[in-house]
Design a protein around this ligand. Structure first.
Ligand code: SF4
Length: 492
């Protein structure tokens, strides 16, 4: 007899998002794409937030047995309930083929308990309510008297050191009670689905990334189904329009009705179809006419953390930990290279700002790709450090943005609808300007690498390797940007 499959919270939520994704997760997990750096970062942050929440429950008991030892976890939980623990972390209960781990089971007096779901988000989302509804269904089904259900989420107005304000506790009892009648039938449907031998037919749709990007996207969105580029790559087009075009059978750009597209969108579509590069030399010249040497190509790497660690920092505030700057004093002059990477777990902002002020020329254009981000970092550093305020504000005022020039005046079919420097540089300058093969090749990877580099106990060789990878990555961003600007100057 085949082993009967069971459900967990994550499988149930996956089933609500897409039954096919649930089936594949259980029967063909090898089809899943790799875990992205940003998904890993969210997972790590969720774990850190969970541990921080546990500090709010003195005397709480942690159920240590893992998922693979569910019988032991169930028994440990029962024992803690019977002992009347003030709170139980990772409380494990099961009902009708569903096993859940509750972040915090809070004793509410006598035989009453409250269910607390801890989230690293800054608000309560619909998917959280489904999550809590399933847990409530299991807990009550397992015979527990659950009075109220809460979501404990991050308060993004909390500033260090006032971590007592880190969480907001939202009572979701009424909302999840109203959802309970649907849970049993959904569970039964998903359990039945898992016994089948073939995946259900589900077409792609907005659910492929709502509420979470699906791990089976490469499997369902292959090139035979969705060409590249397609209507899904048109920049700035609403999801509603993209899906309407898909449903009308116009997913391929050559079949798209171009009425209603903005000039930039029309250009993307026309030049993708023709395969010819678009360059408006006059427009480029005009857009760059006020740029002045010395050119300072600047790029920051930042980290946002739900639990603020340094004085005055807000939850999820972007904290810079690294910058790279290439200075070119005159046309065709050699580049001067400057860079800063904070080396340990202390507050990076003051030494980083000081090093930047020392490196940046006092005149000339500060060039940043998609400069609103760099402007935000420079402005917040200027507000924080009066000694450097004048220089940092001056640099922010001298920012110019090659992204805006590219967006308005250049389109290459190899952009595939994307205008980031990572897409634009290799298309304009050749594959050597790409990021493939780099140990750190995107922002979320840089954040993970930095956190690993500053973690206590990291072996010196690994620390040195991460440091090198981070410096290479940030430098690559500024070099790619400088290459794009050189190219723009040569055609403009
Ligand atoms: S990619 Fe879309 S259709 Fe395919 S399994 Fe995921 S959510 Fe379902």
């Amino acid at each position: 007899m085949a082993h009967r499959k069971s459900l967990s919270k994550s499988r149930y939520l996956l089933g609500l998002q897409c039954p096919k994704a649930l089936f594949l997760a259980v029967h063909s997990p090898e089809l899943a794409g790799p875990v992205s750096a940003s998904a890993q970062k969210s997972f790590d942050q969720g774990h850190a937030v969970g541990l921080e929440a546990q500090k709010r429950y003195p005397g709480g008991v942690l159920i240590g047995a893992s998922h693979s030892h569910s019988k032991l976890a169930l028994a440990e939980t029962r024992a803690a309930i019977e002992a009347g623990a003030p709170a139980i972390f990772e409380a494990t209960l099961a009902h009708k083929g569903v096993l859940v781990k509750v972040d915090v089971l809070e004793h509410a007096g006598g035989n009453d308990w409250n269910l607390v779901e801890v989230k690293s988000s800054t608000g309560v989302k619909q998917v959280h309510l489904h999550d809590v509804a399933l847990q409530l269904w299991v807990l009550r089904g397992a015979g527990l008297k659950v009075k109220r259900a809460f979501v404990l989420h991050i308060n993004n107005q909390c500033r260090h050191p006032h971590l007592e304000e880190l969480f907001e506790r939202v009572d979701v009892t009424a909302k999840v009670e109203a959802m309970l009648p649907a849970v049993g039938p959904e569970v039964a449907e998903f359990l039945e689905l898992l016994q089948r031998e073939t995946a259900p037919e589900v077409d792609i749709g907005p659910h492929c990334k709502d509420p979470y990007p699906c791990a089976y996207r490469a499997h369902c969105w292959g090139p035979k189904k969705i060409p590249s580029p397609s209507v899904f790559d048109i920049p700035g087009w609403t999801a509603q329009k993209k899906w309407a075009a898909y449903r009308a059978g116009a997913v391929s750009l050559d079949r798209l009705d171009r009425a209603g597209l903005s000039p930039a969108q029309r250009r993307m579509v026309e030049h993708s179809v023709s395969g010819k590069r678009y360059v408006n030399a006059k427009g480029i010249r005009q857009a760059m006419r006020d740029w002045e040497y010395p050119y300072s190509f600047l790029d920051f790497e930042t980290l946002d953390h739900p639990i603020p660690k340094f004085m005055g920092v807000r939850a999820y505030e972007q904290l810079p930990f690294q910058w790279s700057c290439l200075v070119q004093r005159a046309p065709c002059a050699e580049f001067e290279r400057h860079e800063y990477l904070h080396a340990d777990a202390t507050d990076p902002r003051e030494p980083l700002a000081r090093a930047l002020v020392e490196a940046l020329p006092e005149k000339g254009s500060v060039i940043a790709y998609n400069a609103s981000f760099e402007r935000g970092v420079l402005t917040s550093l200027a507000e924080e450090f009066p000694n450097y305020r004048k220089s940092l504000k001056g640099a922010a005022a001298r920012l110019v943005d090659p992204y805006l020039v590219v967006r308005a005046h250049v389109y290459d079919p190899a952009f595939l609808g994307r205008l980031s420097v990572k897409a634009v540089a290799p298309a304009l300058l050749g594959l050597g300007a790409g990021y493939k093969g780099m140990a750190v090749g995107e922002g979320a990877e840089a954040q993970l690498a930095y956190l690993e580099m500053i973690a206590p106990g990291i072996p010196p060789e690994r620390r040195a390797e991460l440091k090198r990878a981070l410096l290479d990555y940030c430098r690559k961003d500024t070099e790619a940007m400088a290459g794009v600007v050189e190219w723009l100057s040569s055609v403009g």
